[in-house]
Design a protein around this ligand. Structure first.
Ligand code: FAD
Length: 417
């Protein structure tokens, strides 16, 4: 989206993509029809000033498109910018970025180099690191739910019919369950998290917008109490969505201690109400639970032991004794890497080590200013999930497209000087 925004301003860019999915990223490079958007088509336009751009392409503004369809939509936009000569695609991993007198030099994994006057880091979520659970290793424990190993595990579990353990019960778990079902898996699936909360379903509701001044600022508990009261008055979907236009400002009103409190206590509940799933997906999940094929467990994993043909896992259910279950495979669905300092991306590692970027106040992304410029480097921007420490609500398309437009404008201004 940033490359397309720059192209609109006739600014040339080089888009470096290391995963052979330029324009699609992790979310929209899936080839599975079962993976649908969790945002209605009417909110998924790539262009903030043309809000129905994607809905027109999809044909049903209130519907939920397949993610691969949205991927093709983004790719078309990118291809147009390439055809117009504004974007050059480079298929290689960026492994280092160094400031120069003219701007930046980016070294690539294939040995080539790209020079540029400015750099924007749009490298998305960092893959999760191995879970710190004894025995969570080996080929039967998949750490990265978005990699080839996970696809392979799904195929093998479907072929063997063995039971599958999914660690985490959020949107990544939903994706994994859908993949298993689509692959014809007939075994049982256990999805486990500390609270056992799963994403709620989208449904129609009467919006109940509020002014920012109606909502308490600077205090997580006060916002939470407000949200509960308001949910009682107008319904929880209307209450949660009424905070959308204000969520970045609300987040900024919290000090680091309050933000940490939100992450620790409120986030699991906020996520499942705020990031909802398509009704058809919710129905499928409901049916799988009703058939006894999917079990959502609130609990903790004790030890994991590799056994012949799978894993033996000790599961401590909330308020109950520990039980041992056997699984053919386990997939980590706990979400992206939480601590940016532990990134394994060599370019990001180098930038952190050189002090050209630094972690935000919570350590979940990079510190950026109000223009998304990275603290530490000159002419260096960061976008998307990398900036969630500053904005929090910056991981979905409706927010990222605004950021992409604003950053393109800022880059244009900067390069004019
Ligand atoms: C599974 C999933 C489903 C989602 N579904 C929705 C949805 O339905 N609706 C919605 O609005 N949002 C959804 N999101 C959230 C949102 O769309 C993503 O967070 C968003 O796509 C992030 O965009 P990005 O460009 O910052 O990162 P990404 O889309 O992840 O793109 C980053 C790209 O950078 C590449 N890369 C990383 N490091 C390097 C490097 N060093 N060198 C070269 N290339 C590199 C990666 O290969 C990747 O292709 C979903 C996210 C996920 C993970």
């Amino acid at each position: 989206m940033l490359a397309a925004q720059l192209a609109r301003r006739e600014i040339g860019s080089v888009l470096i993509e290391g995963g052979a999915r330029a324009g699609l990223g992790t979310a929209f490079s899936t080839d599975e029809p079962a993976h649908v958007l969790n945002v209605r088509a009417e909110a998924m336009s790539a262009w903030p000033d043309e809000p129905d751009h994607f809905a027109r392409a999809f044909g049903d503004p209130r519907g939920f498109a397949e993610r691969r369809f949205f991927g093709r939509y983004l790719r078309d936009i990118l291809d147009q910018a390439v055809a117009n000569g504004h974007v050059e695609l480079v298929s290689s991993k960026a492994v280092a970025a160094t400031p120069t007198a003219e701007g930046w030099r980016v070294e690539l994994g294939d040995g080539n180099t790209v020079t540029a006057r400015a750099v924007a880091l749009a490298i998305g979520n960092q893959p999760p690191e191995p879970l710190g659970i004894a025995g969570a290793a080996g080929r039967r424990f998949v750490h990265n739910p978005w990699g080839e190993d996970a696809k392979d595990a799904v195929r093998k579990a479907a072929a063997s019919g063995g039971d599958v353990l999914l660690v985490g019960t959020g949107l990544t778990m939903i994706d994994a369950v859908l993949s298993l079902a689509a692959a014809g898996h007939r075994g049982r699936i256990v999805a486990l998290s500390r609270r056992g909360q799963i994403p709620r379903a989208h449904a129609d509701f009467v919006p109940a917008p509020v002014e920012q001044s109606d909502v308490p600022q600077g205090d997580v508990l006060a916002v939470w109490c407000w949200l509960r009261r308001r949910s009682g008055e107008v319904g929880w979907r209307a209450a949660v969505d009424s905070l959308r236009p204000h969520s970045q400002a609300l987040w900024r009103s919290l000090d680091a201690g309050q933000q940490r409190r939100f992450l620790r206590h409120a986030r699991p509940y906020w996520d499942v109400h705020r990031h909802r799933i398509a009704p058809q997906v919710a129905r499928q999940i409901h049916d799988l639970v009703a058939e006894g094929r999917l079990e959502i467990v609130a609990g903790r994993i004790g030890a994991i032991e590799a056994i012949e043909g799978g894993l033996e896992v000790a599961i401590g259910r909330r308020g109950r004794t520990v039980e041992t279950r056997r699984f053919a495979v386990a997939i980590n669905c706990t979400g992206p890497l939480g601590a940016i300092e532990r990134t394994s991306d060599p370019m990001l590692r180098g930038l952190l080590d050189e002090g050209l970027v630094r972690p935000d106040q919570l350590g979940i992304g990079l510190e950026v200013d109000q223009r998304s410029r990275a603290a530490g480097g000159e002419r260096l921007w960061a976008l998307g999930p990398l900036t969630k420490g500053r904005y929090w609500e910056i991981v979905a398309v409706p927010d990222i497209r605004e950021q992409a437009a604003a950053v393109a404008e800022d880059i244009a201004r900067e390069l004019e000087q």
